[in-house]
Design a binder for this molecule. Sequence first.
Ligand code: UDX
Length: 431
Amino acid sequence: MNVAVVGTGYVGLVSGSCLAELGHQVTCVDVDVEKIAGLNNGVIPIYEPGLEELVKRNVGYGRLRFTTSYQEAIPDAEVVSIAVGTPSAEDGTADMKYVKAAAEEIGKNLSDYTVIATKSTVPVGTAEMITEIVKANTDCEFDVVSNPETLREGHAVYDFLHPSRVIIGSSSPRATDFMVHLFAYLDCPKVVTDPRSAELTKYAANAFLATKISFINEIAHLCEEVGASVEDVAKGIGLDPRIGKDFLHAGLGWGGSCFPKDVLALSTLAASLDYPLPIVNAAIKTNVHTRERVVSRLEKALGSCAGKKIAVLGLAFKDNTDDTRESAAVAIIRELHNRGAEVRAYDPIANVTSEHVGFDLEHSADPYSAAEGAEAVVIATEWDEFRNLDLQRLKKAMSGDILFDGRNLLSQEEAERSGFRYFRVGRKSKM
Ligand code: UDX
């Protein structure tokens, strides 16, 4: 099929190249001239495993191209996927200005019946809003469907090509047929529903997963108090298939570009309808507390953070990505800095600007130079590289002996053998 994808961020670029990989003829359109020029020269603007090869291969086959021109992308497309950003607005709702602008441009450039599918996570009722905007700009027939993405950063290419389900929210059988055809090669259930249910499904999925993580973090905090092991508790409950073992890793709470924004948008939407969601709101509160608790435990171990050198290993919100949006690592660095610590950081891929972190953060070239002269080291991202740290070398580089493993990557015995006072999430601290 001929497909246009609007927006070449994480979702759009991955979706566009994967749709090309499935054999479709895909044109990705973005208003960012520099980004499109880069993509046309083989420069991939984000780090996502497998993406670069996928883009190059499909550009080479002539199935994938990039443009800034809606006029070039839209008229021939049978399906137009909207994958522009929906960042949080000041009041917590999703900011729809990019979606609205895309809808207007799509409307102006339709030439024949087209299915317009929203991939971006959008508030309930957006399909109707897009329909109105497009209708005001075209005489062509079209349908708007909701087709929310469920990609994890760092696994996005795999997730797109091996989804657990595809959600199609459509009120038109003709549009549903187009969407089923688009994803025909994907071997997974296709959940066909109405647009509002599809839009809510995405928010509900993210809120449920975020709540699951907040729940296990709460249990982890209790484990720290009562002297139990959260990993054993997680294993014990996760083997019950009704609970499931995934998303039960206690750590520094959920971050990234999706969970915080989507959970807040859901909570704000519900509150605006005078139907607040106490469980979702509690999950948000616990997430904030989870980060604060790490800093408090560390401060207790150090006596005070003021004037202490602390190395933070990891900046990305999770492994296999350079994304630092809503990263727990960044929140913790900010808090340590506010409490007077001298913070240095290392991440294998991610960087943060002084604007993002709020001060001029020193980035080290490797974990050992970050740890040079430090009183404490905090592991803040679950990079594999940190599972394989040379702990003796790390300890030797430091002036102190505190190792706070915020992602529970290391073995307590080995850390203690290397001379550390070792702290992890969901285990009582030995002081
Ligand atoms: C998420 C959803 O998984 C995906 O389906 C959706 O479409 C977009 O949002 P992503 O943001 O890439 O994907 O990250 P994910 O792997 O889900 O992790 C989210 C956060 O939760 C990370 O900060 C991660 O460190 C944390 N997490 C995850 C835990 O703390 N414990 C866990 O057990 C799992």
